[in-house]
Design a protein. Structure first.
Length: 174
């Protein structure tokens, strides 16, 4: 499923903003929203980094959003990769977000949206599909989609022990 989403991102139409035409790059942003509703402990901690930017760790509560901007070389000849790590009471999730200038169609413009939900991290945007062929050629259409990018992985016993030790050390130092 992840491979299909990434593959579709490569073959999109370029939509440029006025500012990006001057620099030769396409402006993009990623928006992450916490949708951990009806969960005992809905707080989520996450960080994302690329070769050019590290947003640091953020604490997210339900309905909160965080967005950051970056540039991608136009004409699909460059990829901006953000490696994101999420931590919650549900477990951990590591997501690699690849953005090309041609990603705009799937993101409904220059803002790619992701949602943190009780069962994992979702991409909120569009997907491409070919419902039928006309004269031997498939027509490619897009439709709204909410795709699970990465489910939560339960905390391992080693991770739980390490967290417990860290909490104890913090408690002991107080």
């Amino acid at each position: 499923m992840k491979t299909l989403v990434m593959f579709c991102l490569v073959f999109q139409v370029i939509i440029q903003t006025g500012n990006s035409a001057d620099s030769g790059d396409v402006d993009f942003s990623i928006l992450i929203k916490n949708e951990m509703y009806n969960v005992d402990n809905p707080s989520v901690f996450y960080t994302c980094r690329s070769s050019k930017k590290d947003i640091g760790w953020h604490k997210s509560v339900p309905s909160s959003e965080f967005q950051w901007e970056f540039e991608v070389p136009q004409f699909g000849n460059g990829v901006m990769v953000h490696k994101c790590s999420f931590r919650s009471s549900a477990g951990t999730s590591d997501v690699e977000i690849r953005t090309l200038s041609t990603t705009a169609m799937l993101c409904n413009g220059q803002t790619c949206k992701y949602a943190i939900r009780p069962n994992g991290i979702y991409f909120i945007g569009y997907e491409l599909y070919s419902p039928y062929a006309i004269f031997g050629r498939y027509i490619e259409l897009s439709r709204p989609a909410e795709k699970l990018v990465e489910p939560w992985k339960p905390w391992s016993p080693q991770q739980l022990k390490a967290m417990y030790r860290t909490k104890q050390m913090v408690h002991d130092s107080d």
